[in-house]
Design a protein. Structure first.
Length: 379
């Protein structure tokens, strides 16, 4: 009996240390990323997720950003995915479990990055985020106290509608785009619109009269009032059968990451170029509205029946019918040459990357028919 026990001990002693130690991904990992000539300190905090697996939070200390994501460990291979910014870190944990040497991928670029397991003594201090603005009162007066509307530069490219603190800021936006944002409709759901309302672009800065940060509904209500006061916009509604896209769960179900953002805060949706969409703290209605406003050539109907807010990235190769509104008056970039590594079309990308199905069909939809509209009044 003693002989057999001795044999087992000798066998164990001959094994590599890495096979005896269970590698652990939970905890704090930190490293410096060289990006755009800057050294950015990144901190990943990894914890076990409910139902199994891992969740992680990325703190970009020098950019003042905090974003949630997921993490995975297979053997010694670690992966951390941050859907809201389209970032992924993949690397191999060292045998002693103290470092992860790998690559940070974002926006089509790859950069070497080594993370070190941090102790309470060695962990970098994460600055406190700026105090969050209190929410605007539910009964607040929904008007802008001050609003400036200026023609955009003729050579301005792209467009956007953002909120900076309490300020609404739009860049290079047409009345058509403002109506699409305020009322959640596609350009094809706006009838009787004059040519200038599609072609003339404006930069707007507007500050609410009420204190606090507006939610999505409050913000859109204020923009609706701005359009009525400054553009003299009036319209009536009609029902028409239109060609639409629908978004529904795919055959294997949605593959979405629940957002760790403020459930009452504003969503963040944007593009890192044509065919690269970043979604943070957004509902499926927010996603559908952005798709119909910037990407697709017809209205988009949300049929997912999914509640809550999500973070994800969608990466696809657009066709000649997409981004028409965004590229109006601008040359379309050439289609990519045949490349096995190129992202798939939008239908395949949605199915594979986020587990949703995009379908073309016909359905009754609201149409806003303009009765009266004028170019904006002076500031």
């Amino acid at each position: 009996m003693k002989k057999y026990l001795l044999t087992i001990v000798i066998m164990l002693m001959a094994m590599p240390v890495s096979t005896l130690l269970a590698l652990d991904l939970t905890g704090t990992w930190q490293g410096t990323l060289l990006a755009g000539g800057r050294n950015l300190r990144l901190v990943f905090k990894v914890a076990e997720a409910e139902g199994g697996g891992f969740k992680c939070t990325l703190h970009s200390i020098d950019q003042g950003a905090t974003v949630g994501g997921t993490a995975a460990l297979q053997g010694s291979n670690a992966k951390m995915t941050i859907p809201g910014i389209g970032g992924t870190f993949e690397g191999k944990i060292s045998a002693d479990g103290k470092t992860i040497a790998g690559t940070w991928s974002q926006g089509g670029g790859n950069t070497e990055l080594t993370l070190t397991s941090a102790t309470p003594e060695t962990a970098w201090a994460i600055p406190e985020p700026p105090p969050r603005l209190k929410p605007m009162a539910a009964d607040a007066k929904l008007v802008f106290e001050v609003a400036t509307i200026k023609p955009s530069r003729p050579d301005a490219r792209g467009s956007g509608i953002t909120v900076r603190g309490r300020l609404l800021v739009t860049i290079n936006t047409s009345l058509q785009e403002l109506m699409s944002f305020a009322y959640g409709v596609h350009a094809k759901q706006i009838g009787g619109i004059p040519a200038w309302a599609e072609s003339d672009k404006y930069d707007i800065t507007a500050q609410p009269e009420a204190e606090g940060a507006p939610n999505d509904k409050q913000l859109k209500a204020m923009v609706q009032k701005l359009l009525a006061e400054r553009f003299k916009l009036t319209f009536h509604r009609e029902k028409k059968e239109l060609s639409v896209y629908t978004i529904a769960p795919g055959k294997n179900g949605p593959k979405l990451t629940a957002s760790q953002g403020d459930p009452n805060g504003l969503p963040g949706l944007g593009f890192g170029g044509l065919g690269k969409m970043f979604v943070r703290n957004a509902t499926m209605d927010d996603f559908a509205t952005t798709m119909q406003g910037y990407v697709l050539d017809r209205p988009v109907v949300n049929q997912t029946e999914l509640s809550g807010r999500f973070d994800f990235t969608l990466n696809w190769t657009p066709d000649e019918f997409q981004f028409g509104t965004w590229l109006a008056g601008q040359p379309r970039p050439p289609a990519p040459a045949d490349n096995a590594a190129a992202p798939p079309d939008i239908y395949t990308a949605m199915q594979e990357q986020i587990g949703l199905k995009l379908s073309a069909t016909k359905a009754p939809a609201d149409v806003l028919v303009i009765d009266k509209v004028e170019k904006p009044s002076e500031n």
